[in-house]
Design a protein around this ligand. Structure first.
Ligand code: CTP
Length: 403
């Protein structure tokens, strides 16, 4: 799990909407990341999810009442608010938003929010007419102008049976928002980074392509960690099954040529390029404009090389990070790539063990230094280690960007 959640104190306020059923999953994910989570609920919320569910997950008392909860010398809501690194209200009903906007504090959630100086995230969830109502929109505007982060709602099926805007953001997206808000003043703030991820697809004909086994997981984890550390993050992604990480600008591409164009454009103002994508080295020279028919006993495809994106980026000051997925003579091939592509850092892995897996065992290579061997780790922890190394390069003013 990402480091950003570790030991953070997060208060989750649950108000009375059907989307409350998604919140135990958010709490579970926060706990998995090492956060200390306290849940406060309105009485209406307890009609949808029992306090015992949250108590069992967090192993901490759940506050529903505005009176009578004292922790040591202090009132519970004041202590929770004062200690929190962040508060999330999910789901936030129209009523809860109105109270939050106007400083009304007549239930455990709004009372705790008013006593909480930490950043606030709200996840509105309601019927689409309630959401569109000028009163709700004005309340949201007021909250936004005060620096509250509003996540969702989205278009989809609603409790009323209608389809419209008002569906609460999923736990995954809320988790992304929590990570971004916690990390916005992190060590990479004011840095612009470009990460590439996934495979490319090179068309053979309108229904077939050449590609590889890359899942995109490593690149997406790298983009998320950059965001967690406060960077303005752009993710140039080939086709994957992964959804766009919250707070990351994703540019979707298919071919190596499209990726090359996007990377050239995005790196013009970037501090770091992390080229994690498994770019196809060859593409069919003349893709057929119609589907190739099975008339012949065999088919010969003529391939031509694609542009080497990493080697073609030359920009002084840009820290260039490459990946090498090798299957033999790992270090020898990697050293050669580090030099040939003019890299500041190269992440080497054994392609057969890493592609598509959830863990990776990598070596970090820098010019003129012995390789650093990392143990086998989950890909998000590998991403943290890679950014630790990149941060050191940024601090040292490295980044010739000359290939
Ligand atoms: N890369 C790139 N453009 C390409 C091919 C690769 O920018 N057309 C980048 C990859 O994203 C990676 C690094 O170059 O960061 C090394 O990729 P790899 O496929 O291991 O190296 P190649 O240069 O393709 O060498 P080889 O196929 O001979 O191993």
């Amino acid at each position: 799990m990402p480091r950003i959640l570790r030991d953070k104190r997060i208060v989750v306020g649950v108000t009375g909407g059907i989307a409350a059923y998604k919140v135990p999953e958010l709490v579970r994910r926060l706990l998995q990341g090492g956060a200390v989570v306290d849940v406060v609920m309105t009485p209406a919320a307890t009609d949808f999810v029992g306090p015992l569910t949250f108590q069992a997950l967090t192993r901490r008392p759940v506050q529903v009442s505005t009176v009578g909860v004292w922790q040591g010398e202090q009132a519970g809501h004041v202590t929770l608010g004062a200690l929190a690194d962040l508060m999330v209200v999910a789901p936030a009903t129209a009523d809860a938003l109105a109270k939050l906007a106007h400083g009304i504090a007549d239930d455990a959630v709004t009372l705790t929010a008013l006593a909480c100086p930490a950043p606030l995230i709200v996840a509105p969830a309601m019927d689409h007419h309630m959401y569109r109502h000028p009163a709700t929109q004005a309340n949201l505007e007021l909250l936004r102008s005060r620096g509250v982060t509003i996540v969702g709602p989205h278009h989809g099926s609603l409790a009323s049976g209608m389809i419209g805007e008002g569906r609460m953001a999923e736990p995954d997206e809320l988790l992304g928002a929590v990570r971004q808000v916690l990390g916005r003043d992190g060590p990479l703030r004011r840095r612009r980074v470009v990460v590439t991820a996934g495979p490319t697809r090179e068309p053979i004909d309108p229904v077939r392509f050449l590609s590889n086994y890359s899942s995109g997981k490593m690149g997406y984890a790298l983009a998320e960690v950059a965001r967690d550390r406060g960077a303005t993050t752009m993710l140039v992604s080939g086709p994957t099954c992964l959804s766009a990480p919250y707070g990351v600008q994703r540019i979707e591409v298919e071919t190596a040529a499209e990726m090359a164009r996007a990377v050239q454009e995005m790196t013009a103002s970037a501090d770091v390029l992390v080229m994690c994508a498994a770019v196809a080295d060859f593409r069919p020279r003349s893709p057929a404009s119609e589907k190739i028919k099975k008339r012949e006993a065999s088919l010969v495809l003529e391939l031509e090389p694609t542009e080497d994106i990493l080697a073609s980026i030359h920009r002084p000051g840009l820290v260039k990070v490459g990946f090498a997925a090798e299957t033999e003579r790992l270090l020898e091939h990697a050293r050669e790539k580090l030099e040939r592509k003019g890299l500041d850092l190269l992440v080497l892995n054994d392609a057969r063990r890493t592609m598509g897996a959830d863990t990776a065992q990598v070596f970090l290579l820098r010019p003129g230094k012995p390789p650093e061997v990392l143990p086998e780790l989950p890909k998000d922890e590998v991403a943290e280690r890679i950014w630790d190394a990149i941060q050191l390069l940024l601090e040292a003013g490295t980044g010739t960007g000359i290939g």
